[in-house]
Design a protein around this ligand. Structure first.
Ligand code: ADP
Ligand code: ADP
Ligand code: ZN
Length: 214
């Protein structure tokens, strides 16, 4: 099963993608996590990506598409995957479609997690991210068992620099301009499914299971 998560920054894509990956035993592939791991390890890619991410801008397609196409070609992705944060532009979607076409494959579901902009800024200021394993929490809606510590790996939880309100507003603008057109793109490809992302986390997940099947 090949799945894409669509939705604004903070809509809950990562939260749901992790649960999908676990239930259906497929890898969760997050481009944001891949870039953050590269930044942490001080790679060339990390250095290039950081300047864009800090400004709330997208990392250029040239640095992003090949990376994802390589990742989904690995053995653990043979039976499917859930892509979180990719594609984010029409050229990225076209690159993905083309790479899949070559192998006679296609995306089965593009799940759009819908959350209005008004809800997003609040969510982001309460988001805490684990730089160790990519898990995300929320100080109110999804608190870790121990404040500041990741339940899964014991890593330290941080407020991401790009989750500060000024940057979030910019990321929302970028989302509307560059990423939202993908809803129509995957609608035309007959892969689009929509869920109401303002509901509780477990309700959103049960709506997703209804779409993907038990
Ligand atoms: P969120 O899930 O909150 O939107 P991500 O972790 O997916 O955040 O992404 C963080 C940042 O990483 C983005 O703002 C962008 O700068 C960069 N990024 C992640 N995925 C992509 C992508 N597919 N194309 C370009 N930039 C990306
Ligand atoms: P995305 O990957 O789309 O950027 P996340 O999954 O990281 O979004 O979620 C953003 C923030 O909102 C996190 O702090 C997360 O714990 C919280 N969150 C996710 N889903 C919900 C929900 N349905 N209701 C309330 N808060 C949520
Ligand atoms: Zn962790």
């Amino acid at each position: 099963m090949k799945i894409i998560m669509l939705g604004a920054p903070g809509a809950g894509k990562g939260t749901q993608a992790k649960q999908i990956a676990s239930k259906y035993s497929i890898p969760h592939i997050s481009t944001g996590d891949i870039f953050r791991a590269n930044i942490k390890n001080g790679t060339e890619l990390g250095k290039k990506a950081k300047s864009y991410m800090d400004q709330g801008l997208l990392v250029p397609d040239e640095l992003t598409c090949d990376l994802v196409v390589d990742r989904i070609s690995q053995d653990d992705a043979a039976a499917g995957y859930v892509l979180d944060g990719f594609p984010r532009t029409i050229p990225q979607a076209e690159a993905l479609t083309e790479a899949l076409n070559k192998r006679g494959e296609k995306i089965d579901y593009a799940i759009n997690v819908e959350v209005p902009d008004e809800n997003i800024v609040n969510r982001m200021s309460g988001r805490r991210a684990c730089l160790g394993c990519g898990a995300t929490y929320h100080v109110v809606f999804n608190a870790p068992k121990k404040e500041g510590i990741c339940d899964s790996c014991g890593g330290e939880l941080v407020l991401r620099d790009d989750d500060k309100p000024e940057t979030v507003q910019k990321r929302l603008n970028v989302y509307h301009e560059q990423t939202q057109p993908l809803i129509e793109y995957y609608g035309k490809a007959d892969a689009l499914a929509e869920v109401d992302g303002t509901q509780d986390i477990d309700v959103v997940f049960s709506d997703i299971i209804k779409i993907l099947g038990e």
